[in-house]
Design a protein around this ligand. Structure first.
Ligand SMILES: Nc1ncnc2c1ncn2[C@@H]1O[C@H](COP(=O)(O)OP(=O)(O)OP(=O)(O)O)[C@@H](O)[C@H]1O
Length: 306
């Protein structure tokens, strides 16, 4: 169980976290969803005992964090945005090292390491971690967060560096964890990451949770259910014409019309490519992207104001 009670963190005049109070029950997968700068990482750092609150408290299973940081660290598994590993060791050797820090008995270490490498899809990878891609490091980060079999798992932007296959594997991992009575806190600025894996979501803005509930409740409330998940980034060598298509909801142009961010109701990349070629414009990129909290809120306000 996780509880925040009137939690505040100020940096000079900035209220990074502003009187936050939330209780997350055992077994829940809670998504902290908010745009960059909303205060998600600051909240998580206080929950892990890595920074001190200005006022207020965080509890892990009833234990107050800032007064019992060592006890709390044993009970949590934390994956930061940038995970640090020993680059000249393999994944297995890194996990062995961390399991020693947690005093996991030698007999268990091997089994635990093997199970976790299997869970995150890194079994049998001999390569040293220094040669890993960002996505592979992220997978190993999830394994590291689980090495001490924690009751509470905290993941800060876990899909930030993952490719589509990695994202799909990550969702499976979270579903796997969530069936095991652990409490999970996941932070993200990407709507689909939170909506697909979390049983409850808190929308964070300017240090406060402005909405809290099941994803369906929140989405209905904010009128987000009908939102498409399709964003297409277009980049061309020279300026492009205004893009017109029945399935386009909105287009934001930048870079003197060489870049466009399209929110569409379905994947229209082929049509966009055709429009550009018909206009003798060379496409540099026509790629799918994930919908972020900013896109959702903008789209929502756009609809309300139109
Ligand atoms: N050490 C610090 N010193 C000064 N200001 C800080 C510090 N850490 C965070 N902030 C500020 O606090 C606010 C919240 O930042 P925080 O990193 O918690 O947001 P976030 O929601 O995690 O966003 P992101 O996804 O970009 O990390 C921001 O305005 C940020 O600039």
């Amino acid at each position: 169980m996780i509880e925040f009670k009137n939690l505040v963190k100020t940096y000079g005049k900035i209220n990074a976290v502003d009187n936050l109070s939330v209780k997350i029950e055992k077994g829940e997968v809670f998504g902290l969803l908010g745009p960059n700068g909303a205060g998600k990482s600051t909240t998580i750092l206080m929950l892990c005992g890595l920074i001190q609150p200005t006022s207020g408290e965080c509890y892990i299973d009833g234990t107050e964090v800032s007064r019992n940081p060592i006890e709390v660290k044993r009970r949590i598994g934390y994956m930061p945005e940038d995970v640090g590993f020993y680059p000249n060791l393999s994944a297995e050797q890194n996990l062995e090292f961390f399991s020693k820090l947690y005093n996991i008995p030698e007999k268990e270490r091997r089994t635990r390491t093997d199970e976790l490498l299997d869970l995150v899809g890194l079994s049998g990878v001999e390569k040293k971690v220094g040669g890993y891609s960002k996505g592979m490091r992220q997978r190993l980060g999830i394994a590291k967060a689980l090495i001490n079999d924690p009751d509470v798992v905290i993941l800060d932007e876990p899909t930030a560096n993952l490719d589509p296959q990695g994202v799909s594997d990550y969702r499976k991992i979270i579903r796997n964890i969530s069936g095991s009575d652990k409490t999970v806190l996941v932070s993200s600025h990407i709507l689909s990451e939170v909506s697909k894996v979390c049983s409850r979501v808190g929308i964070m803005q300017k240090g406060r949770i402005i909405k809290d509930g099941s994803w369906d409740e929140l989405a209905r409330n904010l009128d987000l259910l009908g939102l498409p998940e399709i964003i297409i980034n277009v980049e061309t060598a020279s300026g492009m014409p205004e893009l017109v298509h029945d399935d386009i909801i909105r287009v934001d142009y930048s870079g003197g019309m060489t870049k466009a961010k399209i929110i569409a109701s379905c994947d229209i990349r082929t049509d966009i490519g055709r429009i550009l070629i018909e206009n003798r414009i060379v496409p540099r990129e026509i790629a799918l992207d994930a919908i972020t909290m900013e896109d959702a809120v903008l789209s929502y306000y756009n609809e309300v104001n139109s």
